[in-house]
Ligand binder design. Structure first.
Ligand SMILES: Cc1cc2nc3c(=O)[nH]c(=O)nc-3n(C[C@H](O)[C@H](O)[C@H](O)COP(=O)(O)OP(=O)(O)OC[C@H]3O[C@@H](n4cnc5c(N)ncnc54)[C@H](O)[C@@H]3O)c2cc1C
Length: 452
């Protein structure tokens, strides 16, 4: 049986970063990635579905030591547009201090993954792709150890286990469920917490694509954090995608006629493909969906990508069991589903570094220090908008436009007061929400919940 200091399950952004950081501390680190095929990558690699946009301050959160190479990037961005049914907000600054000169950039996720993998290998980690982890058995007596069995029967023993298997948590669930009181894992299980993400690679007519802006449509389709987007890629190509909860019953949707992407004859929520074609015709009314050809030589399957995602709050890890959960598996990324590579990379780095140093007990403290503020902001915002319908989005976008942020894009109490009572109430609601989940109160599972 192979023995390693640190075994990492999953080789996406979080897992590669964990492997690199552990190896950089001198640990014997193994990253195990089951491997999926893609039309635009040779050989198997991580499951790289991602609209792939990064905001300026996310680069600082990643803490990568070196700049992201140009061959990974696709477009530099100058802003993002948030479009409600009748009101919109243009954002040209994130309002958070950052060393990155532009609003952000889009990138090619498979190239990013390959780069992160190479960094891990250059630091001395082994990155093994092609066979997934089937099972983990943990021996928690004395000094904990973990025995991993891969799908091909290979057995590996590790002192530290880093779970980076993404938001589906196939192995994370196996490891955590027995450590939690009866029923507590249910709220994290993919069967109860699932959203679906779907996206297509479409070629835009030259006059339509704004190559330096992200676009999001809110209040156009029903469901909690259900929204479509357009992210510019190379040339005239954009990723057009959406997330939506699985299993939403249209009969429970109030004022369904207000949702621009629903039709009166819909008996159930439209499929992602149908939603995207409706979005294109709605957003660009003098064009047909066929004017935006699908590029079939990209993505996971003929120009399309589908990916299940869990919508939960972040969880703390059972570090006394020598286990750290990172990235999508820890729910760090899921308040607003598309924003997560930065927190995945950073949480992976913190876990790998501490495991490599033999100091994993500090992980829950260290990830909060590194990404806690970002996660808390996202959790509070997602909670605030949970039940918003189309008219709420219009109201909020109207108020946000009225709140003129100071230079640097930061909104403060004075901006809110100047914008009137509605804006002040909204701003106060946000600040109060943040206060209520201070000191890690935004976590769905706390370290003390585990029996180790
Ligand atoms: C449609 C969509 C758009 C997004 N857009 C953006 C964006 O614009 N910007 C952004 O920052 N983030 C975005 N995200 C979020 C981002 O993709 C995630 O936050 C990020 O991928 C999380 O990284 P991770 O390494 O934790 O998990 P993942 O990237 O999910 O990687 C987990 C890996 O584990 C592997 N694995 C799973 N089970 C096993 C097993 N048993 N054995 C071995 N390997 C296993 C999988 O194959 C996978 O490669 C988007 C997500 C989606 C779905």
């Amino acid at each position: 049986m192979q023995r390693v200091d640190v075994a990492v399950v999953g080789g996406g952004p979080a897992g590669s970063s964990a492997g690199r950081a552990a190896a950089a501390e001198g640990a014997d680190a193994l990253v195990i990635e089951k491997g999926v095929p893609r039309a635009d990558r040779e050989g198997l690699g991580p499951d790289s579905t991602d609209a792939a946009g990064i905001l300026d301050y996310w680069v600082d959160i990643m803490d990568l030591d070196v700049p992201i190479p140009e061959h990974v990037k696709l477009r530099e961005l100058s802003g993002a547009d948030f479009i409600g049914p009748n009101a919109s907000v243009e954002m040209d600054e994130t309002g958070i201090d950052s060393s990155y000169p532009n609003f952000g950039f889009t990138f090619q996720r498979a190239r990013m993954d390959d780069w992160l993998r190479k960094r891990a290998e250059d630091a001395g980690a082994e990155y093994r792709v092609g066979t997934g982890v089937r099972e983990v058995e943990s021996d928690l007596r004395g000094s904990p150890t973990h025995q991993l069995t891969l799908k091909d029967g290979t057995e590996i023993e590790a002192e530290y286990l880093i779970l980076a298997d993404g938001p589906q948590r196939t192995i994370t669930g196996q490891v955590l469920e027995p450590l939690l009181p009866d029923g507590q894992y249910d709220g994290l299980a993919s069967t109860t917490a699932n959203h679906i993400a779907y996206q297509e690679y479409r070629e835009f007519p030259e006059e339509l694509l704004e190559t330096d802006r992200l676009k999001f449509w809110w209040g156009h389709m029903p469901g909690h954090t259900a929204y479509p987007w357009v992210f510019p890629n190379d040339g005239q190509v954009a990723r057009v995608g959406l997330t939506m909860p699985i299993g939403l019953d249209l009969d429970t949707v109030e004022n369904r006629e207000d949702y621009a992407l629903l039709r009166p004859e819909d008996e159930r929520v439209p499929a992602g493909k149908e939603y995207i074609s409706r979005l294109l015709e709605h957003a660009y009314p003098s064009y047909d969906a066929e004017d935006f050809p699908l590029l079939e030589d990209r993505g996971k399957a003929k120009g399309t990508e589908t990916y299940p995602i869990s919508s939960t709050r972040p969880i703390e890890s059972p570090t006394a069991a020598n286990v750290a959960v990172v990235g999508g598996a820890m729910g760090a990324t899921s308040a607003f589903h598309e924003g997560g590579d930065h927190v995945a990379i950073r949480s992976g780095k913190e876990a790998g570094r501490l495991a490599g140093l033999g100091a994993l007990r500090a992980y829950n403290y260290e990830w909060k220090r590194a990404i806690g503020e970002e996660v808390r902001r996202n959790v509070v915002l997602a909670d605030m908008v949970r039940d918003y319908g189309p008219s709420d989005w219009d109201r909020v976008f109207g108020l946000a436009s009225a709140m003129q942020p100071d230079e640097g894009g930061r909104t403060d109490w004075l901006d809110a007061i100047r914008a009137g009572p509605g804006a002040l109430k909204l701003f106060a609601q946000y600040q109060w929400g943040k206060f209520q989940v201070r000191d890690g109160g935004y976590c769905q599972v706390r370290e003390g919940d585990y029996s180790v």
